[in-house]
Design a protein around this ligand. Structure first.
Ligand SMILES: *Cc1c(COP(=O)(O)O)cnc(C)c1O
Length: 447
């Protein structure tokens, strides 16, 4: 290969050279309006041409420091060299056969890596699919087949996807499900643990959740309970200590499959391969997607062999599931995490970002909470007097940050959370720069 990889053309610092969005992005936005469904939105209509590490560059030459990583997908960095090399090599070897027709080694290797790195030492098996929502759908299918039960329990503030079943599993109707019904049945939502708002211990919150499910569904009708160990779209809600282990113990005692949706929190994001590890959880099934393949579409359900094997041959799969190029990229991601100690990088990021955000909280009373683990940190904004969620402040900060070349994502049921999911490639200097921009944005808001 003679051509060079991306790093030579992408800067390492943010730099704004036009208005945001710039003229070329505005022109592209016009073309898009004519042909792309209005049902697909974009948080910031700047059109990206190149990216590397923690920087994305738009068509007008503006370089953005990216604290979103495509919602926690390019976890090891944009256009990571090892991912690019592995995918390029695989493209030249074989792009597609369909694993359910003629299989290939890369799929098996990814399943081996998932078995090795998901929590627990029991025998595990996987099925590979294309998207997070598809992993959730398959997790539910597999749990239903194994238990012979229909009920699916989920938690308040959950987000699981945009397919028909997952729409029914989400907490938020707007924008995810409004007008898109009828929805799948047998989905039951129960209270979560939200320490900032409920003030409950993990044990008390779990007792409330369990009692709710026993009263409104009955444990014997539940196939599975699906939890995000740290809720993603819900606003990086870290449950009180003891909440998740108590739920898992109840599931185990009642023959309910405990499913951890680690689509956002997994793959080294929190300084462990899976956030479940922080809570001492060994889920029956683990769902992986977003960060697994460095930006290529790949997702997985991994779990106890006896549960995964309950489905009849042919019952699981799909045309593109476990695509060889995506698998090659995923193998490179696992190798990078291992050989370059990337779990420690997530801990480093927490060590820099969290104290800096706590310092901002001292200055700006609109910051009600700083929370999260590893490179999955959020701040929740609310009115210091009434405690009403302040989504307007979140919108204003995100918009102002973008004007200065900083990409930050919003979250939360009430839109009042700023979430930070930087790639593990972000440097301490880049993080400090991001915090300076945020500080200036909050100062502007307060003025
Ligand atoms: C993003 C996400 C999903 C859905 O994944 P898609 O790939 O967008 O279908 C499901 N669960 C969680 C926790 C997510 O963050």
């Amino acid at each position: 290969m003679t051509d060079t990889l991306a790093p030579t053309v992408v800067p390492t610092e943010r730099k704004v050279v036009t208005a945001i969005p710039g003229p070329r992005s505005i022109a592209l936005q016009e073309r898009r309006r004519a042909v792309v469904s209005d049902g697909v939105s974009s948080a910031l209509p700047v059109y990206i041409e190149r990216a590397h590490g923690a920087i994305v560059v738009d068509v007008d030459g503006n370089a953005f420091l990216d604290l979103g990583a495509g919602i926690g997908v390019t976890t090891i960095g944009h256009t990571d060299d090892s991912v690019v090399a592995a995918a390029r090599e695989q493209l030249g070897d074989v792009i597609h056969t369909l694993f359910t027709i003629t299989p290939y080694e890369e799929y098996v290797r990814v399943a081996e890596l998932l078995a090795a790195h998901t929590p627990g030492t029991h025998a595990k098996k996987s099925v590979l699919v294309n998207s997070g929502a598809e992993a959730v759908e398959n997790g539910v299918k597999i749990a239903r087949k194994y238990t012979g039960r229909a009920g699916v329990a989920v938690l308040d503030h959950a987000y699981h996807g945009r397919t028909n079943l997952t729409m029914a599993m989400n907490f938020k109707a707007m924008p995810y499900s409004l007008g898109f019904g009828p929805f799948a049945g047998d989905v039951y939502r129960a209270p979560n643990s939200y320490p900032l708002h409920d003030g409950l211990s993990g044990e008390a919150a779990a007792a409330r959740t369990i009692s709710y499910l026993e009263k409104t569904v009955g444990a014997a009708d539940l196939a599975c309970l699906v939890v995000e160990p740290i809720q993603g779209e819900g606003g990086f809600i870290v449950p009180a200590a003891g909440f998740l282990p108590a739920l898992q113990a109840w599931c185990t005692a009642n023959g309910i499959v405990f499913i951890a949706d680690e689509i956002q929190s997994g793959m080294a994001r929190t300084g462990a391969y899976y956030a479940s590890e922080h809570f001492g959880l060994v889920p029956d099934l683990v769902l992986t997607a977003k960060g697994i393949a460095g930006g290529l579409p790949l997702a997985a359900v991994t779990g106890r062999a006896e549960i995964m094997d309950a489905s009849q041959p042919g019952g699981l799969g799909g045309t593109f599931g476990g695509n060889p190029v995506a698998c090659a990229a995923a193998i490179a991601v696992f190798e990078r995490i291992e050989s370059d100690g990337l779990l420690a990088e997530a801990a480093r990021i927490e060590g820099v970002l969290k104290p800096a955000l706590l310092a901002l909280q001292q200055k700006y009373p609109v910051i009600a909470d700083v929370r999260g683990i590893g490179a999955m940190i959020a701040i929740e904004l609310s009115d210091p007097v009434t405690h009403a969620p302040d989504s307007a402040a979140v919108t204003a900060i995100a918009a102002e940050a973008a004007q200065h070349g900083l990409l930050v994502l919003t979250a939360g049921t009430y839109g009042n959370v700023l979430r930070f999911l930087p790639s593990l490639a972000i440097s301490d200097a880049q993080l400090a720069d991001a915090v300076d921009v945020l500080d200036a944005c909050f100062a502007g808001l307060a003025a």
